[in-house]
Design a protein around this ligand. Structure first.
Ligand SMILES: [Zn+2]
Length: 386
């Protein structure tokens, strides 16, 4: 029994050991500082723990261009979204290639040291249409790129501490730890479920279908930066914990979190999410409808179709579990999809998002066939408090 190899073959670790961290901290005192944006800080954390393996730092120009154009690093390894460090133009002007920088958080705490290996123009006209398939500034991912500086700084990072106030520390397992946990449980096949929403009955169904095929299930919510109208991570965590406690087999299910900043890049982000989960030790990845999308920028199943462009076993290395839209069917008395049920929409319990929000706000549970009552109650409490 062995776990899946990380992307690129080796699990990256850019966190300095205590001795090196001490001397790096001393050295940092005399270095120019650069304060990271929230996204850059989450990216730094993902690099440091190996969740972004094989990346060891912020990307150089050859990788940036190749990623934008071909969804691959310059060496051909699949990688769909740029991971770049783009300070303000004013700051970028003062920074020279080969210079060492102390990377800091918004409170001025030292995160990492980076030697600038390259400084290049941030080609947003290349990045935006290729990665996001739109140039509309109403798209939250596009808006973020437009806000970034016009220069990218590349370099490997040596991390002292990527986050001084990590949310959910007891659930924030890095890839090395999830891998250990899977091995300890004797799992060699593990299905990962990415989510940034509460899990309702239809998604519970997908995760359990996946678990029927694998040794274990990793419920892996994203707790990095999300857009302001997404449900806050602490509310979602309460929902996940309650659901796992009440309705999942604990010997077969793990709940941990992932500190990735959402890009809302739909299809391209689905690839990123799959590669990251491989690094965490997962062999299977669930892609439902509208994965990682926002608004109507992407077709319902675009995030599934994009995998057809790759030799998935060789280049992605994760089995992609593609699911149709699912909902409770009154006639079948089960959660079904168009694949499995012959009945029409009139038999489905599928209230719209707007309807669900109205119900919650009014203190009413959506139907039990849509949402578990325990989850509904947590959401009601939150909906009535905002
Ligand atoms: Zn049916």
């Amino acid at each position: 029994m062995s776990l899946v190899a990380p992307h690129g073959g080796k699990l990256v670790n850019r966190i300095l050991e205590s001795e090196s961290a001490r001397s790096a901290t001393q050295e940092a005192a005399s270095l120019p500082s650069l304060v990271l944006s929230p996204r850059e800080q989450f990216d730094l954390e993902m690099i440091s723990i190996g969740a972004f393996s094989p990346l060891t730092g912020f990307m150089g120009n050859a990788d940036f261009e190749s990623v934008c154009k071909n969804s691959r690093l310059a060496n051909g390894t699949v990688w769909p979204i740029p991971v770049v460090l783009c300070p303000s133009n004013q700051q970028a002007e003062k920074i020279q290639v080969h210079q060492k920088l102390a990377l800091k958080d918004a409170q001025g705490r030292l995160l990492a040291i980076m030697t600038v290996s390259e400084k290049y123009r941030h080609d947003k006209d290349l990045e935006i249409p290729n990665v996001y398939r739109t140039q509309d500034e109403a798209h939250p991912g596009v808006a973020q790129v437009k806000k970034q500086g016009d220069t990218c700084l590349a370099g490997e990072v040596n991390v002292i501490q990527a986050n001084y106030e990590p949310e959910f520390p007891e659930y924030r397992l890095p890839p090395a730890k999830t891998r250990e946990a899977f091995a300890a449980r004797g799992w060699s096949t593990v299905a990962a479920f990415q989510t940034r929403n509460p899990i309702h009955r239809s998604h519970e169904y997908l995760t359990k279908c996946a678990l029927e095929m694998t040794d274990g299930l990793l419920i892996h919510p994203l707790v990095g930066e999300t857009k302001s109208d997404d449900i806050p991570a602490n509310v979602r965590m309460d929902c996940y914990k309650t659901l796992v406690e009440g309705y999942y087999n604990k010997d077969r299910t793990m709940l941990t979190v992932m500190p990735l900043a959402m890009r809302y890049a739909g299809p391209r982000e689905a690839i990123l999410h799959a590669l990251i989960r491989k690094n965490y030790g997962c062999t299977h990845f669930i892609v439902g409808r509208d994965h990682a999308g926002v608004g109507n920028y992407y077709g319902t199943y675009d995030a599934q179709k994009i995998f057809d462009q790759f030799d998935v076993p060789r280049e992605i290395g994760v089995t992609i579990l593609k699911f149709e839209h699912t909902a409770w069917c009154k006639a079948c008395a089960a959660v079904v999809s168009v694949k499995t049920c012959p009945h029409g929409p009139d038999q489905k319990v599928a209230p719209s998002g707007t309807k669900v929000r109205e119900l919650l706000k009014a203190g009413q549970r959506p139907p039990n066939e849509f949402s578990r009552p325990e989850v509904a109650d947590i959401l009601i409490k939150w909906a009535q408090s905002v």
